[in-house]
Design a protein around this ligand. Sequence first.
Ligand code: VNL
Length: 199
Amino acid sequence: MKLPEEPLWRPVAGAAGARPPPPIAAWLRPASSLTRRLRRTCGIGFAVRVLSQGWARPLPDEALALAIAPGRRAFVRRVQLLCDGVPWVFGRTVIPASTLRGRRRRLAHLGETPLGAVLFSDPGLRRESIDFARITPPCALFTDAGADAANEVWARRCRYRLKGRRLLVTEVFLPAISRAPPAESLARRLGRHNGGHHD
Ligand code: VNL
């Protein structure tokens, strides 16, 4: 059963009735690396701010998605993706201890390096699923994302496997990103093409 603190994750954005506003829908689409898309839109004003990283209790729906036993800790990294100092995206990555083996241990030592730089260069990476949700209070993720000034925000959540071992990457699109120029049209105007990565 879903608790009121838990988002209703679905494989299609807006499947439950409420639809994401068009500017947000464009960002939710997994057309390319989000970091790359943000860099292209924001230019040199793009930055990653690490809010926290370390061993913590995953949220109940995260534990479920990753088959982590209740009460078990995982590596949780929380970041803001900023444009000119304004948070556009809240990123939350949950990595079970069993995934952080061998050379994947470096995922726990990213520091200010964007996750995508390491994740998407890993040849063992497969995207297993993608889900979308409208996030409203009293969702724990709403509070965690610092979305208090909004009534609702939209998020997508990708579950990946690295050589069979899971991790979960959640991106919450904050209100300020609605005022950004649409990423796709900008890219088209510049005549650039994306090569395939998803994040
Ligand atoms: C990070 C970078 C996380 C880009 C993201 O989503 C992201 C990170 C969770 O560096 O942790 O889209």
